[in-house]
Design a protein around this ligand. Structure first.
Ligand code: FAD
Length: 351
């Protein structure tokens, strides 16, 4: 099969849907190709107790507020999945799934999008494939020697996986803090972070992060000095479960170990610790392998962009992923603006 479309959006998570919303408003003909069986993007795969770090209304895509989750200030992932499911139905977004894109190629004046279910020829591509499918684990010596269980954030579901065991959680971001808090009561927990955990003040949540990102965007737009990313505010939002475990004295962080052994870990001072399981909450990399045929890869595995547009290929936009494609663009509330900008630029290009 070979089908035409003005625009092909790759990925049907929140970023792909936000792109669809704006492409539809501009009257463009487009398809969204998503590799999963059903809606929700990465939110379908998170651990059971995950809570958003902002209230529902501050976790909304363009056009439609996320309704509150009854009884919860900070919604869970299942609530996000039902919101995204409703969102794509409400706007009648043309999502094809499961369709996995294997490669994007230059094809004369068009781009050719190869998938496991046929080929699309298109004037422009928005890549919105997220990071969840590319978990990152640092190259710590001895990783292959360790005989216990190793999981990444993406594989962790809940305390039942490791109840009663000696567990080391690695990582001082929101995932590490939330998973450490999740395990604090049911496992023998050691929480390991590169530096002392930096909690945002208890009365500050993702709204402040978004405000900060918005101020940064304005500063950049107006040519003023870069105010810096949200990392300057802290690393961990003290959502209620994290706050409770911290205040109960259960979240005491240890420094990062230097190597793994067969039975656990070893620190630089020679101290050792036994472990049955290690959970790596050490982040992600952008899922960009389908763009390899375009030969655009730059430093740190990113594709250089101006805003969302690839510097080396003006028909390609990258949406979501991280601050490098727009401040807060990898959040629910933050992706709307870069999505609108990408759709506008594509409309101009195709006219
Ligand atoms: P995804 O949700 O990953 O969607 C990408 C889609 O593309 C997936 O469906 C995937 O299957 C598909 N895909 C990938 N490759 C291909 C391919 N080759 N062909 C076809 N389809 C493909 N943000 C907030 O706003 N609030 C929060 O509280 C919050 N908490 C977070 C907690 C954690 C632990 C993490 C990891 C992130 C959190 N985020 C939060 C950040 C952010 O909202 C998510 O990372 C978000 O899922 C990114 O959306 P996306 O659409 O870019 O990617």
């Amino acid at each position: 099969m070979s089908a035409p479309a003005d625009v092909v959006v790759i990925g049907g998570g929140q970023a792909g849907l936000a792109a669809g919303y704006h492409l539809r408003r501009l009257g463009l003909d487009f398809v969204i190709l998503d590799g999963q069986e059903s809606p929700g993007g990465a939110w379908r795969h998170t651990w059971d107790s995950l809570r958003l770090f902002s209230p529902a209304a501050y976790s909304s895509l363009p056009g439609r507020l996320m309704p509150p989750q009854p009884g919860e200030t900070y919604p869970d992932a299942a609530h996000v999945v039902s919101y995204l499911t409703d969102y794509e139905q409400r706007y009648g977004l043309p999502v094809h799934r499961p369709v996995r894109v294997t490669g994007v190629h230059r094809d004369g004046e068009l781009l050719r999008v190869e998938t496991d279910s046929g080929t699309w020829r298109t004037g422009a591509v928005i890549s919105a494939t997220g990071t969840w499918s590319r978990p990152f684990v640092p190259a710590v010596p001895g990783r292959t020697e360790f005989r216990g269980l190793q999981l990444h954030t993406v594989e962790y579901r809940g305390p039942r996986d490791v109840a009663g065991q000696k567990v080391i959680v690695v990582g001082g971001g929101n995932s590490g803090a939330q998973i450490a808090a999740d395990l604090a009561y049911d496992a023998h927990l050691t929480w390991v972070t590169l530096r002392e955990p930096r909690y945002l003040a208890d009365d500050i949540d993702g709204r402040a992060l978004f405000d900060h990102a918005t101020a940064r965007r304005r500063a950049l737009d107006e040519g003023r000095t870069d105010t810096g990313g949200v990392a300057s505010l802290g690393d961990v939002v003290a959502v209620p479960p994290v706050r409770a475990a911290r205040d109960a004295g259960l979240l005491k962080a240890q420094p990062m170990f230097t190597r793994l052994t067969a039975s656990g870990v070893e620190w630089s001072d020679g101290m050792t610790g036994d472990a049955d399981a290690i959970i790596w909450c050490t982040g992600f990399r952008p899922a960009l392998s389908h763009l390899a045929p375009l030969g655009l890869r730059g430093p740190r595995g990113h594709i250089p962009t101006t805003g969302t547009r690839a510097v080396g290929e003006p028909r390609l936009h990258l949406l979501g992923y991280g601050d490098w494609t727009g401040p807060a663009s990898a959040t629910l509330i933050g992706v709307g603006r870069p999505a609108r900008e990408a759709a506008r630029q594509i409309a101009d290009l195709l006219r």
